[in-house]
Design a protein around this ligand. Structure first.
Ligand code: SF4
Length: 422
């Protein structure tokens, strides 16, 4: 799932003004998502098309160590006539030293190194483009997979942590109208190893000093890149194990540094709560009322705000992890003080201290409905939540000068390549 920071559009058409459905002050302006075609739409009549169908993959990705648990890796080596116990060493090279280069594995017999790596460490993703921002503290990658499909990841260095935002799908079927990825539709799910390879590259780059500020340890992974992770549930849960399980099974990251973000697939939130993986759940809410959220997050037509917050609260009770509520502040659409109060009331009604709200400021985009709130309006929104006892932290947005919203880099590169072919 993406961080849902709406992209720049440069659209200049006038925005129709409607009145808010409930709770507004008289004369308050209410902009709705349907006041403008979805991002990237080719027709003015286009409407978001929610889809849960996962198209079949065009050919299977080569078998990779990160797709398998340790027993599966041993069995795979044995099946290929290689000693199964080498799976342990191979896994430690991969998860601890972040390498798939046979030449670096000097503790393996010279005559077997190449074959062992060929069996379980094929190349799954290669870099198409890397863009730097924020003085070199942010790097956005565009990756190409074995079948030519492209996905993005973003590596960000903060004072106290280094975080990777990964993609879990190529494209997305959730059709959020502000999101470039959502308008592409879903191409396919990523395999567990295709997700984990994004992490392995980032861990290596960080350790080698690829980010400004010198070598760093990758500490956090957030599933907020391309795709809705819950739609690719099985691969994502296996990826969570590779992230959290200690070497040689996985990277051994702290579960509290791993976040799965969702637009609200309620049954799968409940299923994740039962997996015994105490990762953080982030809910991309963006509106506390169904009338607005039905248009802003199309999956709300299936699971309403109340059901979603009930599931999120149950997730907190099952895992002990405070839930993050993501809320992109969009001018005159969802940034009204009464909506902040409604959100606080909905959260407080279910208990105190179980959720943390992250308002996300957008870029200023004159002429588009997807633009930032006035500074005073943002302050009032945040103050309203805090006065109601809700822990609230305005999110630091990164990579805003490198098309930071999910899907924008992939779309931009595709357009450049098409232009070259013309
Ligand atoms: S369309 Fe998909 S990738 Fe984009 S914001 Fe919605 S869930 Fe996230």
């Amino acid at each position: 799932m993406s961080p849902a920071r709406p992209p720049r559009t440069g659209r200049t058409q006038p925005v129709a003004i409607r009145r808010a459905p409930a709770g507004p002050r008289p004369g308050e302006v209410q902009v709705f998502p349907t006041d403008q075609p979805p991002e990237g739409a080719t027709s003015p009549d286009a409407r978001p098309r929610l889809s849960f169908a996962v198209p079949p993959a065009r050919g299977k990705a080569p078998r990779h160590l990160a797709d398998l648990d340790l027993a599966g890796r041993k069995a795979a080596l044995k099946d290929s006539g290689l000693p199964g116990f080498r799976a342990d060493q191979l896994s430690r090279h991969y998860f601890t030293h972040h390498t798939r280069d046979a030449a670096e594995m000097t503790d393996l017999p010279a005559g077997q190194r190449e074959q062992l790596c060929a069996e379980l460490l094929p190349e799954l993703i290669h870099e198409v483009r890397a863009l730097r921002a924020d003085g070199g503290r942010t790097i956005k990658h565009l990756w190409e997979l074995h079948d030519g499909v492209r996905v993005e990841s973003v590596l960000m260095r903060y004072k106290d942590r280094t975080t990777l935002c990964v993609s879990s799908q190529a494209g997305c079927g959730m059709a959020c109208p502000f999101c470039a990825t959502g308008q592409m539709g879903l191409t396919r799910n990523l395999s567990t190893a295709e997700i984990i390879e994004q992490v392995r590259h980032a861990a290596r780059l960080s350790a080698e000093g690829g980010l400004a500020g010198g070598p760093a340890r990758l500490s956090n992974v957030v599933f907020m890149g391309m795709g809705e992770p819950m739609v690719n549930y099985r691969s994502v849960v296996a990826a969570l194990h590779r992230l959290i399980d200690p070497a040689p099974q996985g990277f051994g990251l702290s579960a509290r540094g791993v976040t799965v973000s969702t637009v609200g697939l309620v049954p799968l939130i409940r299923k994740l709560a039962g997996e015994g993986l105490p990762v953080t759940l982030a809910v991309s809410l963006h509106a506390p009322d169904d009338e607005l959220r039905d248009e802003l997050i199309p999956v709300n037509s299936k699971w309403k705000v109340g059901e979603l917050l009930d599931a999120a609260h149950d997730y907190f009770r099952a895992t002990g992890r405070r839930v993050s509520i993501e809320y992109a502040l969009i001018k005159d659409m969802n940034d009204h003080a009464w909506r902040a109060q409604m959100l606080a009331d909905e959260l407080n009604r279910r208990g105190s201290g179980w959720a943390h709200v992250n308002p996300i400021p957008l870029n200023p985009t004159p002429g588009s409905i997807w633009t930032c709130s006035e500074p005073g309006v943002q302050d009032t929104f945040v103050d309203t939540l805090r006065r109601a006892g809700i822990t609230t932290t305005v999110r630091d947005t990164r990579g805003s000068d490198i098309d930071g919203a999910c899907g924008q880099l992939a779309t931009e590169v595709l357009n450049q390549e098409k232009a070259k072919r013309r």
